[in-house]
Design a protein around this ligand. Structure first.
Ligand code: EPZ
Length: 436
């Protein structure tokens, strides 16, 4: 990895976050064709930005996606005293002086991933005040495993007026078994353990590729971690971490979203990015649905020219089918030949896109955590509302195949996790525009 040098001289044009009430207008029909660059992974960038809190030296990142959630995290870190300099997709973070280990409700309520500052702040500052994240559209999403794990490492934690108030003399390594698989829970405890006294063993840990990318960055910073990517991660604490350079992995969910759009429109799209095995479960399901997928070393080609076959899928922790792709695949199932069954096992309320898909003419019944999707010959454009990030992506895919015009309101959800989606889709031939 060549050192990532940043010249702080020239002022940078900042991509302005999109206004809240933007809409997307899509004219359905075109088959997507061409190649699209996959951006850096949102769910790797967010914990890795928090890792900057663990050292006084600069953390130099490359391939950082330009997303609203990343901007929110930068604002949160800056409020604590972290200096950060952006140069396009390069970002240098320096937590030399942390004067305010607080994550206020105003920011945490807009982004649950703010909880990822808790472990690093406890490890570096020995104290933290982090607002409890409110629920969100897809479920209650408590953080009990984060709190339980940090308490097991010797943190004293009180819940005061909606805040997690935590402090410790020094975290001590321990063996902790998660009651359930949690991605950010695993990431929080792994970061905390890097500076704890002694060894920490995390059992029933999340195996997501984003956990592995975070571990790679932490090891480059001097952490001693073994087993990332398995359900047993062993961390030997050290006294201090140092600066490092790290390039964020490609976003497998953005890639999967474009892959589903290519399959839905009967297109031929090449996804540029080294995905490794991160998208295997999605690739298998797309093949089952009738797409042809060629996985290369640095690119993945997705096309579909036969019928869309109905399929069944059940979300599960990695390496199972990712919950973050469930809504997108439902858009594909909506126009498949036959009846598909889609079961959501991770979140208790991740079916908000169903009623919006029905407005476009989809035939879907929800029974508990399963959606029975009876494929229809075609969808019809309408005005629909985005409710959460991946539901928004589902509606974009549906709009691409619906007859006529589809308008999607509240696309600020989309801007949290997709970089310039209308430009990338437009470059593939979609008729899509953002309306202020
Ligand atoms: C991460 O969220 C992702 N976000 C989510 O992506 C993703 O959907 C989710 O993992 C599952 O893969 C980031 O990485 C920033 P969990 P996270 O903790 O860590 C329950 C997107 O669209 N749980 O793995 O918050 C929880 O309620 C977002 O990019 C507890 O009960 O999810 C859920 O039902 C959406 N107690 C299940 O576990 C806890 O302490 C999995 O949650 C923690 C979690």
């Amino acid at each position: 990895m060549d050192a990532i040098e940043l010249d702080f001289a020239a002022p940078r044009a900042r991509a302005e976050p999109q206004a809240a009430m933007d809409k997307l207008v899509i004219a359905g029909g075109p088959r997507l064709a061409g190649s699209v660059p996959v951006s850096g992974a949102k769910n790797a960038a967010l914990p890795i930005l928090c890792a900057s809190l663990l050292t006084a030296e600069p953390l130099r990142l490359a391939n950082v996606p330009q997303l609203n959630d990343v901007r929110t995290m930068r604002t949160l870190l800056a409020q604590m005293g972290v200096a950060h300099e952006e140069d396009g997709r390069r970002l240098a973070l320096s937590a030399a002086h942390l004067d305010w280990p607080l994550a206020p409700y105003e920011l945490v309520k807009t982004m649950r991933a703010s909880i990822l500052v808790l472990g690093p702040l406890l490890a570096r500052c020995r104290e933290a005040r982090v607002s409890l994240p409110g629920g969100c559209a897809i479920g209650l999403r408590p953080v009990d495993q984060h709190v339980k794990g940090l308490a097991a490492m010797g943190a004293e934690i009180d819940l005061e007026h909606g805040y997690i108030a935590a402090r410790t003399r020094r975290l001590t390594g321990t063996r902790f078994v998660f009651d359930l698989v949690t991605v950010t829970g695993t990431e929080n405890l792994m970061m905390a353990a890097t500076l704890a006294e002694g060894q920490t063993v995390l059992e029933n840990a999340a195996r997501e590729p984003e956990v592995v990318d975070l571990a790679r960055c932490l090891v480059a910073m001097g952490a001693r971690i073994a087993g990332a990517g398995t359900d047993r991660i062993v961390i030997d604490g050290v006294d201090a971490l140092h600066g490092a350079a790290h390039a964020i992995m490609p976003d497998r969910i953005e890639a999967g979203t474009f892959a589903a759009a290519a399959a839905a429109t009967g297109g031929d799209v090449t996804l540029e990015g080294r995905l490794g095995g991160a998208l295997d479960a999605v690739v298998e399901k797309l093949r089952e649905a009738g797409a042809t997928v060629d996985v290369g070393d640095g690119a993945t080609r997705v096309r579909r020219d036969g019928p869309i076959a109905a399929f069944s899928l059940r979300t599960a922790p990695f390496p199972g089918f990712p919950t973050d792709m469930q809504a997108q695949m439902m858009a594909l199932a909506a126009v498949a030949d036959g009846t598909s069954v889609i079961t959501e096992t991770i979140f208790e309320n991740r079916m908000m896109h169903v009623q919006e898909l029905r407005r476009l003419g989809a035939d879907i019944e929800v029974e508990g955590n399963a959606a029975i999707v009876r494929g229809v010959p075609r969808l019809a454009g309408a005005t629909v509302m985005a409710t959460d990030l991946r539901a928004s992506a589902c509606l974009v895919i549906a709009g691409l195949v619906a007859e006529g015009e589809t308008t999607i309101d509240r696309i600020y959800h989309l801007d949290r996790g997709y970089e310039r989606i209308e430009e990338k889709l437009g470059a593939l031939g979609a008729r899509i525009r953002r309306v202020k």
